[in-house]
Design a protein around this ligand. Structure first.
Ligand code: MF3
Ligand code: CO
Ligand code: CO
Length: 268
């Protein structure tokens, strides 16, 4: 009998959830360390190197490294660094120095004992313009709004609807091309968690279901385009985009977030 169901939502046993706790805690700790180094003049390549080192020191590997995601271009680095108009999957580079006023999302996914812990935060680099700060705060709020509705009996559509209700009054837009995903002993599994939607629709949540919520929010239009490196997604209108992500498991009464760190993020 197959150990992992290939069609239904990723649903984990208590023992597997324990594995997710450890992988998630490592992912959060890595981002806590990254938080301490993000400043003007630091390269995104240096962030990658720190993520790589901390991952290896913990006896883990990096999910992103050589990941193809079903496409044909292996991701060349250990984390994603998405600066300003980059929506997601930015590739770290020694040549890309962060500048005063940038926003940068760092997305890490260590794999510990076979379990994937996937989390990201958007950091402010130096002194950031009020609108960019407002975007980052709204995006963090969107993640929290999505997490808040997770409980048995709620639906995937409830998550998207909650995020949409939170973001609409801000005037920002929600990226539709990328979604949260089931996660466990696989990086990306079912279900897909859209960050917009209609309450009461889609898969019904049940205890053990384990997935990410990772809204990408744009200042301008929600549309994205792909750079020809095969990975980097940018906003079509080149305006700013931000993202936050947590990995969580549905419990009997709500959910357990595996990737909460020393940030104020993720405590809904
Ligand atoms: N961590 C990303 C996610 O949230 C996936 C990155 S895949 C990579 O799903 F190859 F671009 F790293
Ligand atoms: Co993810
Ligand atoms: Co991620």
């Amino acid at each position: 009998m197959a150990k992992t169901r290939s069609r239904g939502p990723v649903t984990l046993t208590p023992r597997e959830v324990e594995g997710m706790r450890k992988a998630g805690a490592l992912a959060a700790r890595i981002l806590d360390e990254v938080a301490g180094m993000v400043k003007p003049g630091v390269s995104t390549g240096a962030i990658n190197d720190l993520v790589d080192r901390l991952t290896r020191e913990a006896g883990a590997t990096s999910g992103p490294y050589r990941y193809t995601g079903g496409g044909d271009t292996p991701f060349p680095k250990h984390c994603c660094t998405s600066v300003n108009e980059v929506v997601c999957h930015g590739i770290p580079s020694e040549k890309h120095l962060l500048r005063d006023g940038d926003i940068v999302n760092v997305d890490v996914t260590p794999v510990l004992d076979g379990y994937y812990g996937d989390t990201s935060r958007t950091f402010l680099v130096g002194r950031v313009a009020p609108e960019a700060r407002r975007l980052v705060e709204a995006t963090e709020g969107a993640l929290k709004a999505g997490i808040r509705v997770v409980r048995p009996g709620a639906t995937v559509g409830d998550i998207g609807a909650a995020i949409q209700a939170f973001i609409e009054p801000t005037g920002f837009s929600i990226v539709r091309q990328f979604a949260g995903h089931g996660i466990g002993r696989v990086f990306h599994g079912p279900p897909s968690i859209a960050h917009y939607g209609k309450a009461g629709t889609g898969e019904v949540l049940a205890p053990g279901m384990t997935f990410t919520i990772e809204p990408m929010i744009n200042v301008g239009d929600w549309r994205c385009r792909m750079l020809d490196d095969g990975w980097t997604a940018i906003t079509a209108d080149r305006q700013l985009s931000a993202q936050f992500e947590h990995t969580l498991t549905v419990t009997e009464s709500g959910c357990e977030i595996h990737t909460v760190g020393k940030d104020r993020i993720g405590v809904p």
